[in-house]
Design a protein. Structure first.
Ligand code: DX5
Ligand code: ZN
Length: 218
């Protein structure tokens, strides 16, 4: 079970400290939300940020979620900036298979993200190129939104596709995940949880993450 705090909800005036604290509190990955004010209505983080976090000595797993269109040109920049995994949305590229190969050729793991209205049929011929499938449980663009309940069925569908494939693919859920619903998200089949406001809006990250682990162990 992977807990991936989204730094979108962190205090950017002290980002390095925020990332260190959340890792020390027991987070597994650092989720980095990249938005372009074109594919999604918000503008957030460029490659400079992960690069600078790496330079400060943070060596945790960087999970970079690209909400950028077109996406291919910026991918090598995020690989250079220290990304370990790069996730793209199918709508942001003309050639999804090629984009996934590009990510892998740069030594990163590759993920594909599905908005609430994006059909899973994009997975039909690419399961062998994917390390992570991300189900968006909100529409992308902002932190702090409410979990969309129809996501549960989609998570169950993806879990069964992963099982049919026999491959080692993570099933990540992003948007509105919190202590009170994470067990349901896990029960639907997720093994990887992005959490922004549910962690960073609390004062004691260690307590929050241990509450999350407790829910996951039930
Ligand atoms: C939304 C982002 C999410 C978001 C999650 O487009 O991809 O990662 O930051 O934030 P919360 O957990 O607050 O819904
Ligand atoms: Zn995200």
């Amino acid at each position: 079970m992977i807990i991936a705090p989204s730094i979108l909800a962190a205090d950017f005036s002290k980002l390095g400290d925020e990332v260190s604290s959340v890792l020390q509190a027991g987070a597994d990955w650092v989720h980095i939300d990249v938005m372009d004010n074109h594919y999604v209505p918000n503008l957030t983080i460029g490659p400079l940020i992960p690069s600078s976090l790496r330079k400060s000595g943070i060596n945790a797993f960087f999970d970079v979620h690209l909400m950028i269109k077109p996406v291919d040109l910026i991918i090598p920049e995020f690989a250079k900036a220290g990304a370990n995994l790069i996730t793209v949305h199918p709508e942001t590229t003309e050639h999804l298979h090629r984009t996934l190969q590009l990510i892998k050729s740069l030594g990163c793991k590759a993920g594909v993200a599905f908005n609430p209205s994006t059909p899973l049929s994009y997975l039909d011929y690419i399961m062998d190129s994917v390390d992570l499938i991300l189900i968006m449980s909100v529409n992308p663009g902002f932190g702090g939104q409410s979990f969309i309940p129809s996501s549960y069925d989609k998570i169950r569908e993806v879990r069964s596709l992963i099982e049919q494939s026999g491959r080692d693919i993570s099933l990540q859920v992003d948007g509105g995940v919190k202590v009170s619903n994470i067990k349901d998200v896990r029960d639907a089949g997720a093994d990887n949880f992005v959490m922004g406001s549910a962690i960073f809006s609390t004062t004691d990250y260690q307590k929050t993450i241990s509450d999350v682990r407790h829910e996951l162990s039930r």
